[in-house]
Design a protein around this ligand. Structure first.
Ligand code: NAP
Length: 234
């Protein structure tokens, strides 16, 4: 059940709604804060409505000057949004989608899930039998429009609404129209540029790149993401 924290802003009722599954973690919080900051209504989803409510309270407390339109709910509530972002650990994806596949039918679902593991001192990519987590999500959600995006953004700095990242977001999808829709959505977020990076076969490279970036960020004590050169998209 969604806790009704929606305020009576006449303009906001027309906005697109973003739902985030697993929004209580660093990645989901960053997504929620960023979309709310550009005026979208965001359903902050969790397995526990209490944790979702606590996350909404924390985000509002962190950004008191911003009118963030955040609604706390369980993950099923997040599935009612126009666009649903999947932000759980890869280990939880199977059970989560088993539970929610029916609710996600016909929705535009963005997976930002990376499968990573520690290998000695290193963070390495795990490759699921489908080649990527995004492809596994697409297989599990045959009735949804599944797109991969946001994999390579470091959640900590991305959650800072006062300091936009300077990064490209690689967007992978089977259908170019879905990719274009997400590229346009990404372009609205401060500091980010969406790039159509091709079909789901390319998701493996995009997700694995995250392990490389994590290693770089540990080595250089940085928060690097990616920016492509030589691409004049518009
Ligand atoms: N952190 C980053 O910098 C970053 C950047 C890009 C992409 N990503 C990807 O985004 C996803 C989330 O990252 P994160 O760092 O936010 O992860 P996280 O904190 O470990 O998990 C996010 C949320 O998922 C829910 N969750 C945990 N285990 C679950 C399970 N077994 N089944 C269903 N839900 C579960 C929890 O919410 P509730 O307990 O409230 O349900 C948790 O707060 C990961 O796949 C990660 O690879 C992360």
């Amino acid at each position: 059940m969604v806790q009704s924290t929606v305020r009576a802003g006449a303009c906001k009722s027309l906005s697109m709604r973003i739902g985030v599954i697993g929004a209580t973690g660093p990645a989901g919080r960053a997504v929620a804060a960023q979309f709310a900051a550009i005026g979208e209504r965001v359903v902050v989803g969790s397995r526990s409505e209490e944790r979702a409510a606590a996350t909404v309270a924390e985000l509002r407390e962190r950004w008191p000057g911003r009118d963030l339109d955040l609604v706390a709910g369980v993950n099923r509530d997040a599935c009612e949004a126009d666009v649903v972002v999947l932000a759980t650990p890869w280990e939880g994806v199977g059970a989560t989608l088993d539970d929610l596949a029916g609710d996600l039918g016909g929705r535009l679902v963005i997976s930002m899930v990376n499968a990573l593991a520690k290998w000695g001192r290193y963070v390495v990519p795990l490759v699921p039998p489908t080649g990527s987590v995004t492809a596994a999500v697409a297989l599990a959600l045959a009735g949804s429009r599944v797109v991969g995006a946001f994999h390579n953004l470091p959640a900590g700095p991305w959650s800072d609404l006062d300091r936009p990242l300077d990064a490209d977001v690689l967007v992978v999808a089977e259908r170019r129209a879905d990719a274009r829709e997400v590229v346009a959505l990404v372009d609205r977020l401060p500091g980010l540029r969406g790039v159509d990076a091709g079909n789901l076969a390319n998701a493996a490279a995009v997700e694995a790149l995250t392990a490389t970036l994590v290693g770089i960020n540990i080595r250089y004590k940085a928060h690097a993401s990616i920016r492509l050169t030589g691409l004049h998209r518009d």
